[in-house]
Structure formats: C-alpha cells, structure tokens
Design a protein around this ligand. Structure first.
Ligand code: HEM
Length: 187
C-alpha cells in the first residue's frame, strides 16, 4: 500500500488543533473512581461544558472518550504503518474539508461510548465488518491485516497516553477493541 507523504499529516494536525482545542487538553491526572460500568469509570453521565462547542454541554465520559479518539486519529494520521488506509479522509483534510474527520470522530466516539456502557447515545454507523470492508465502505483503502490492527491498538494507547488515561481503564478499553479483531481484520 502506498504510504502517505507528510503534507496531509501536517495539515490534519494544524487544522484540527485550531478546530479542536480539546484534543490537546489534558485530563486530570487523578485516577477516576471505579463505577458500575466502564463508561462510569471514564467519567459517566455528569454534564460538563463542551470545550469545542461554546454553550453546549457534554457527558464527561463522552468527552474523555472523544479526546482519546481525536488524539488517536492524529496519531494514526502520522503513522506510516497504517495511514495509507485513510487516504480518503486525509486527502479531504489536506483540502481543508473536515467533514469526514468530524463524522469519524463522532462515529468512533459513539461506538466506543456504547461499547463501554453509555446509555444515552445510539451508534448508527456501519457495523464493524462493513466499516472495514473496502467493497462496502469506500473510505477504507484496502483490507486491514492483523499487523495493521496491532498498529491501531498501539496508536490508541499513544492517544490514551496523551490524555493521561489511567492504565487500568486503557486495559479495559483495549480488551473491548481486541474482541473486534476478527471483524476488522478480513484477510
Ligand atoms: C477495534 C478496532 C477498530 C474500531 C472499533 C474501529 C471503528 C471504526 C468506526 C466506528 C468507523 C466509522 C464507520 C462509519 O463511518 O460508519 C471506522 C472507520 C474506519 N476504520 Fe476503523 N476501527 C477499528 C480498527 C481499524 C483498523 C485496524 C483500521 C486500519 C488500519 C481501520 C480503518 C478505518 C478506516 C480507513 C475507516 C474509514 C475512515 C473514514 O471515514 O474516512 N479501523 N472504524
């Protein structure tokens, strides 16, 4: 698969840093108390001001997940091991079109929130097999290998680290992600 040049990577980081200041915001370093679900442990349903949408409120758990997801997308964009799968997204961003980035951020956040026990969001995106089947989702450039999946998991850990997600919570999220490997890897 063709590797991407550094230009779209710089573009996505520059534009997204301007539009999504929360991505660089650090969460509290205090470990979050364990709740009844993983989503509770990640912040739960307590409403807080949404740092990227003036005047809007957002569940603390969703905000924490979104911060990790957005950081992870930036890490992936710069990761030549797997950024070649994201050519559609990165070429849009290079042209200043962030609609695909916003949709992916929302979809991934809602998916992970639901998988961790959030009750107030409904994931309406593609199922995990179809989302990663290039014959169904033309935004997926080529099927992912198991090595690609490993790179994705390591980028997720880097994204989590940028937001100071406690190791025990990262491990719990990683278990959910691992359970999806056979749906994402289709070769
Ligand atoms: C368990 C791990 C993963 C999860 C939970 C996940 C989740 C998702 C979700 C929710 C979407 C959006 C679907 C939609 O738009 O309806 C998506 C899209 C996508 N995923 Fe994954 N994914 C995972 C692993 C991977 C891996 C390993 C790769 C390749 C290295 C990959 C590449 C993509 C691409 C290229 C898209 C389309 C992005 C776009 O909209 O431009 N994903 N994924």
């Amino acid at each position: 698969m063709k590797k991407l040049t550094i230009l779209p990577v710089i573009a996505i980081i520059a534009i997204a840093t301007l539009m999504f200041p929360a991505c660089s915001k650090k969460a509290s370093s205090n470990p979050t108390p364990v709740g009844t679900t993983l989503y509770d442990s990640l912040g739960g349903t307590t409403l807080v001001a949404d740092p990227t949408h003036a005047g809007a409120m957002i569940e603390k758990g969703r905000l924490g997940i979104r911060n990790v997801i957005d950081s992870t997308i930036f890490v992936i964009a710069a990761d030549s091991r797997i950024n070649g799968h994201f050519t559609v997204l990165l070429s849009e961003v290079t042209k200043g079109d962030l609609s695909g980035f916003t949709d992916l951020s929302e979809n991934l956040t809602t998916f992970v929130a639901g998988a961790t026990g959030a009750k107030n969001f409904i994931y309406i995106g593609l199922n995990m097999h179809d989302a990663h089947d290039p014959s169904v989702n033309n935004r997926m450039n080529g099927k992912a290998t198991s090595a690609d999946f490993d790179a994705f998991v390591s980028d997720l850990a880097t994204g989590a680290g940028k937001n100071k997600l406690p190791a025990n919570l990262l491990n719990s999220v990683a278990k959910i992600v691992e359970s999806l490997r056979s749906q994402v890897v289709q070769m």
